[in-house]
Each structure stands twice: as structure tokens, then as C-alpha cells.
Design a protein around this ligand. Structure first.
Ligand SMILES: Nc1nc2c(ncn2[C@@H]2O[C@H](COP(=O)(O)OP(=O)(O)OP(=O)(O)O)[C@@H](O)[C@H]2O)c(=O)[nH]1
Ligand SMILES: [Mg+2]
Length: 330
């Protein structure tokens, strides 16, 4: 899937100012706009407001679509157009003038969700089938609350009771989705709080007066101070560390966006500082009933499945330990 370069393309005078070869390239690539509109219409959830970022419905939702056969046909047609334009797409993406213009406008498509332009030879071909990794990198927006049953084998030496499947509830993070969370707070053993670090300089679409990171910290504040969650194990994933690393390397400065930071512009230092911020908020804002609650904080890049599997094992052990502590077994 191709990311959008900007909310709208160049118009009028802007197009006139393009060098002739880029103007020609633009003309040749125009069919992609149609492909994008069609795919967006087909794949997106019509109940979700249209945003520049494309989110897709889950397979379960898609299989309820009125005409799955026509969806497949249209997807194949879109694939044909993309395939036929592969070299033009490549030219555009590799063109230094285009890259400079993107940089000047502060647009970093390569850091966005589902970025595939470096993989054209693998993806813009008629036989392309998405890999697990591609699916992981696509944006699948959670609507409402989705429940998953996950078989978790017991850790060595653990009682088989703990081998029963765990119920995992994935809740949508957008502000409009948060009111659906409350009923799930009651009796929940643990919350994994995903805090993306890389959007420290990007405004929250729902409220551009705050950054994503500012919103994340406010949300963490709210979660830690909720009395209903006083006995809930809280696990924080300081996520998107890979993207944070790229962003810091490209020269965007954490210090310019996050008040109070005086450390180095380097991912390790930023992660340590954020870990302390999360712990500090939990320490000062938790209700008295949460006294002694353990807060686990992990730096993660969850698209790295191998490393995440290791983290999840440790999360599982932590949850079991807390569970046992609670039951006064230890
Ligand atoms: N590179 C990188 N991409 C990530 C990481 N974590 C998530 N993403 C990507 O970020 C996008 C958003 O992920 P989602 O799982 O849809 O985000 P979410 O937080 O669940 O969003 P909602 O469902 O709206 O609450 C996807 O394209 C993911 O592949 C990460 O650690 N590194
Ligand atoms: Mg989600």
C-alpha cells in the first residue's frame, strides 16, 4: 500500500513550477490516486472518519463485506496498476529533488506506518502476497475492544492452572475509543500500556495542541490514578524505539519538544529518562490502595517479533509473579 505524500498534491502554480520531467512523472502516476481512493473505500471502515493515514478493517470485518469476490477482483486490478507503474514510483521515490522537498516540508514518509517504498521489487509485482511482516507493518486500527484467547504454556515448574488461555483485550487508543475501556478495567490482572516514543514531535490528530507523547503521558497519569486499577499490574512498553532512533539520528531533537530533558540526543538516554518519568508519575499519582504496585517498563520495537517474544515471556513471568503475590502464595 502506498503512503500519501501529503494531504493534497500540488495544485495550479505549484504544478507549473515542477521541472518538465517531474510534471510528466506526476501525470503518469495519476492512476495511483484512483487506486488509492478505491482501496481506501474498500478496505477502510466507513464508520471511521477519513484521515490521511489509512487504516484497514480486520479480516473478520472484511469477510462480512457485501461482495468479497468483487473486493478480490478490484484488489487484483489495483495490483496491476501498481505493478505497471513500479519504475515510475521508483523514480519518484529516489529523486533527490523530491526528497529535498519532502525534507523541507518536514514529511518523513519512511517513518510512517506501513512504509513499503523501499520494497518495490518485492511488492509492486503481480504475484505479490503479503508476508507476516508486511501485515505487522500495516495499520490495523482497533475499533472498540477486541478479545483474543492466547494459549500460554506454563513456565517451567509452574502449576498447570496457569496453562489455561489468557484473555487479551486489545483496546483502541484513539480518544473516541477510550470510553469503551472502563467496563474492562474491573477484575483485569494486568495492563500492557503501549507508549510510542517516536511521535514526540507530531501533533495528536484529535487535538493538535498536544503531541502524541504529551497525550500518552496524560493517559498514563489517568491510568495510574484510577482507583479501579490499584491492584492491576502495569506494564509499559516504551515502543517504536527503532523509529525513535532513526528520528534522533536525522537531527530531530528530543530537547526541542520535551520539557525538562537535558540528556543526550540518543535513544538509550531518552529511554532511560522516559522510564523514570513513567515511574515517577506512577509513584506520585497512584491512589493509596496501589501502594507497593510494581510497574514494569520495557523498551520495545514490537515489529521486531523475535525481541518482542523475549519481552513477552518476561511479561508473562511478571504477571504470574504478581498474581501469586496477590494470592499470598509467596
Ligand atoms: N517500526 C515500528 N512500527 C511500529 C511499532 N509498533 C507499531 N508499529 C506500526 O505502527 C502502526 C500502528 O500500529 P497499530 O497496532 O495499528 O497501533 P495501535 O496503537 O494499536 O492503534 P489503535 O488501534 O488506533 O489504538 C502499524 O503500522 C505498526 O506496524 C514499532 O515498534 N516499530
Ligand atoms: Mg490497535
Amino acid at each position: 500500500m502506498l503512503p500519501r505524500f501529503a494531504p493534497s498534491g500540488p495544485h495550479g502554480d505549484d504544478i507549473e513550477q515542477l521541472p518538465p520531467d517531474l510534471r510528466l512523472l506526476r501525470l503518469r502516476l495519476i492512476p495511483l490516486r484512483r487506486v488509492e481512493t478505491d482501496l481506501r473505500h474498500r478496505l477502510s471502515d466507513s464508520t471511521v472518519p477519513v484521515t490521511p493515514e489509512l487504516s484497514v478493517r480486520s479480516l473478520a470485518q472484511l469477510s462480512h463485506s457485501p461482495n468479497p469476490a468483487s473486493l478480490l477482483r478490484e484488489t487484483a486490478e489495483a495490483q496491476d496498476v501498481i505493478t505497471s507503474l513500479r519504475e515510475d514510483i521508483r523514480h519518484l521515490w529516489l529523486d533527490e529533488r523530491v526528497r529535498t522537498a519532502l525534507r523541507q516540508k518536514g514529511i518523513r514518509v519512511e517513518e510512517g506506518a506501513g512504509f513499503f517504498l523501499n520494497d518495490l521489487d518485492r511488492i509492486a509485482i503481480s504475484s505479490y502476497t503479503p508476508s507476516d511482516d508486511d501485515v505487522l507493518r500495516a495499520r490495523l486500527r482497533t475499533m472498540g475492544v477486541q478479545e483474543w484467547r492466547i494459549p500460554f504454556p506454563p513456565a517451567p515448574g509452574q502449576h498447570p492452572t496457569f496453562s489455561q488461555p489468557w484473555a487479551l483485550y486489545d483496546v483502541g487508543g484513539a480518544r473516541t475509543q477510550r470510553r469503551a475501556w472502563l467496563p474492562f478495567f474491573d477484575g483485569v490482572n494486568a495492563i500492557i500500556f503501549l507508549a510510542p516514543l517516536s511521535p514526540f514531535d507530531t501533533p495528536l490528530p484529535e487535538d493538535p495542541s498536544v503531541t502524541h507523547l504529551g497525550d500518552t503521558l496524560a493517559l498514563w497519569h489517568a491510568i495510574t490514578s484510577t482507583p479501579l486499577l490499584a491492584r492491576t499490574t502495569l506494564i509499559v512498553f516504551l515502543n517504536k524505539c527503532d523509529l525513535l532512533k532513526c528520528k534522533l539520528k536525522s537531527g530531530v531533537r528530543w530537547t526541542d519538544w520535551v520539557r525538562g530533558y537535558k540528556g543526550e540526543e540518543e535513544v538509550g538516554a531518552v529511554v532511560r529518562w522516559m522510564r523514570d518519568r513513567f515511574r515517577e508519575i506512577a509513584r506520585t499519582k497512584s491512589p493509596p490502595a496501589a501502594k507497593g504496585r510494581t510497574i514494569y517498563v520495557y523498551p520495545t520495537s514490537v515489529t521486531d517479533t523475535k525481541a518482542t517474544a523475549v519481552t513477552l515471556k518476561s511479561v508473562r513471568d511478571g504477571i504470574l509473579r504478581e498474581h501469586l503475590k496477590m494470592a499470598e502464595f509467596v
